[in-house]
Design a protein around this ligand. Sequence first.
Ligand SMILES: [Zn+2]
Length: 262
Amino acid sequence: MSDKNKIIKCMSCNRDIEKEIYLLNLQVCPYCNNHSYISARERIQITTDENSFTEQNGNLSSVDLLKFFDLKSYPDRLKEAKLKTSLSSAIIVGEAKINRDEVAVGVMDFSFMGGSMGSVVGEKIKNLANLSIEKNIPLILFSASGGARMQEGIVSLMQMAKTVSSVRRVMEKKIPYISVITHPTTGGVSASFSTVADIIIAEPGALFCFAGPRVVKQTIKKDMPPDFGMSERNLKNGQVDMIINRGEMKETLSKLIRLFKG
Ligand SMILES: [Zn+2]
């Protein structure tokens, strides 16, 4: 491996980071604390106990209800996303343990069609919520999404109502539901299940808003504050409850689960 391959450039502060250090630091910049993308599978690996994750609905995959075609057909886009990510949809859900406590956990992956929410994301969240209720175990959902899946039209918009009613059923049973916001969480996901949790945790610097600053600026013709929609501003405004570094996420979730248990 050449030296070039051993160095990662931070997208935020532009400094060179040794790849090994970067990976050990869970893909967080050691200089500026920029939290960059990690895949859903990596996220599960660093957040749950070793080999404790059992996937649910692993093969569930979207169908092309509307025969949708933009520059490519929807089936072609799905095929590409599956090849690129080795996932069957934009979310992985299942049962796992966090410091030996059982949880129902779902993690979205932004690299699968921008983490867009279509019928499969909605169905998997509903089934995960059912698992949480059946087993009386906390529900934890990690969000990363550009919003609704346009290729599924109205069906994707319906997932907002479906996911909200699913997580509400969990909370009505007095089972804790924790939402973890990762960069970016916008559109229909920010306007549905990710926002109605008992506790909302965000990673540092994550964009969490309905429309991004560029779109808002185009619409209202005003400059947005530089921290618009960011975790730090959302914390100040009460939109999120805490900001937690990736390296401390597992321990924080574990403490919260035990607090609820107590
Ligand atoms: Zn940096």
